[in-house]
Design a protein around this ligand. Structure first.
Ligand code: ADP
Ligand code: MG
Length: 354
């Protein structure tokens, strides 16, 4: 098959018509291995779609290939086989570009390596724009600071800012050029929990107002469930699931996704039968799908109680089965007491051996 050039000629109306309905970014059978004593397969035969004007989150346990995938999308890494296409055009690899990285995309990395620590916020953002239009440079910089709500920090040095403020500067800097796609690798790692919610909400508003497409890497289910429109779930460089967060949360297609998104209890068919569930497959039971009542004759024993604020996470055991249950923090439970467990809901996992 002939590979198209990476610099599209001016698109005709017909090209636009053909593009309608296609994902903005499409990966086809992408693989990437790193050399080591044993070769490390970071991404393996992965096909995926990323929709325009949406937030897509790539989630998976540590080492599952999330950062590698983000770099393959941006064109910072070359695929060994397969390809990533942006609006139908193959993303150029680092050998094909003087400055690696797709022109329509910007990436905000985990650290703040791109920021000039000793320059102030204004200069860090303005430096992304050329001097050919000084008025434009001023107004674009101002607009970007306003959008990220950091106008009041304009004259401060990066070195004097908090993690959350630095993250806002990094975003203002990435967005000042109006990229079509913003790529973020674990963007909230260094942001205090109290600032995280507002930053996540602000990013959502920017997506809604500007039509930006966001691809976000995260290992934190709370983060991706709150922010993302679509999920890509990775394990060992392979696709485990993709789709809408709520759907994958309530109907996980496999044990890995259920554990990752919901900290679900996974029971084998035999264990499910021990609980008298009418299941002929393994099942996922989210901790909030279970209820506890104290009963001296109850068959479960409370093993551990973790106080979590407005709820508690209780581990209970019966024979080989340990279950995690979410209860009200006001429920009076103690280690070692007997309880009954009611399963309010479970989700079958056909074809899963656990
Ligand atoms: P994640 O971001 O999900 O934690 P990565 O994409 O960083 O995972 O890494 C996936 C796998 O590839 C890991 O086993 C990692 O050690 C390996 N890997 C990533 N980058 C390199 C590299 N430049 N050289 C060698 N191995 C790498
Ligand atoms: Mg990573």
């Amino acid at each position: 098959m002939a590979i198209s050039t990476t610099n599209p000629p001016s698109c005709s109306v017909r090209d636009d018509v053909q593009r309608i309905g296609l994902p903005l970014i499409h990966g086809e059978n992408v693989s990437r291995t790193f050399a080591g004593k044993e070769p490390i397969v970071a991404i393996s035969g992965l096909s995926f779609d990323i929709s325009e004007r949406k937030i897509t989150a790539i989630i998976g346990e540590s080492g599952s290939g999330k950062s590698t995938l983000l770099k393959l999308i941006y064109g910072l890494l070359e695929a060994d086989s397969g390809e990533v296409r942006y609006r139908g055009w193959r993303v150029p690899n680092p050998r094909e570009k003087l400055i690696p990285g797709h022109d329509a995309m910007r990436m905000v990395s985990q650290g703040f390596d791109d920021l000039n620590t000793y320059a102030n916020v204004w200069d860090n953002v303005a430096s992304q724009l050329s001097n050919t239009d000084l008025e434009g440079k001023f107004s674009e910089t101002e607009a970007s600071l306003r959008r990220l709500r950091i106008t009041h920090l304009a004259k401060q040095r990066i070195a004097d800012l908090s993690g959350g403020e630095k993250q806002r500067v990094a975003l203002a800097r990435a967005l000042v050029n109006n990229p079509e796609v913003l790529l973020m690798d674990e963007p909230f790692n260094q942001v205090d929990a109290s600032f995280r919610d507002t930053l996540q909400r602000d990013i959502r508003s920017i997506v809604e107002e500007t039509g930006l497409t966001v691809v976000l890497v995260s290992h934190d289910p709370a983060e991706v469930l709150a922010m993302a429109d679509e999920l890509i779930v990775l394990k060992d460089g392979q696709l485990m699931a993709s789709g809408h967060p709520a759907q994958l949360y309530h109907q996980p297609p496999n044990a890995y996704t259920a554990r990752l998104l919901a900290k679900s209890n996974i029971l084998s068919t035999d264990e499910a039968q021990l609980l008298s569930l009418e299941a002929h497959t393994a099942v996922a039971i989210h901790p909030e799908w279970l209820s506890i009542t104290t009963n001296e004759q109850g068959s479960f024993l409370v093993q551990d109680i973790q106080f979590k604020g407005f709820y508690q996470l209780v581990a209970v055991q019966h024979e080989s089965v340990t279950l995690y249950v979410i209860t009200n923090a006001t429920d009076h439970l103690e280690d070692g007491i007997h309880v009954d467990i009611r399963v309010d809901h479970f989700h079958p996992l056909p074809g899963q051996s656990v």
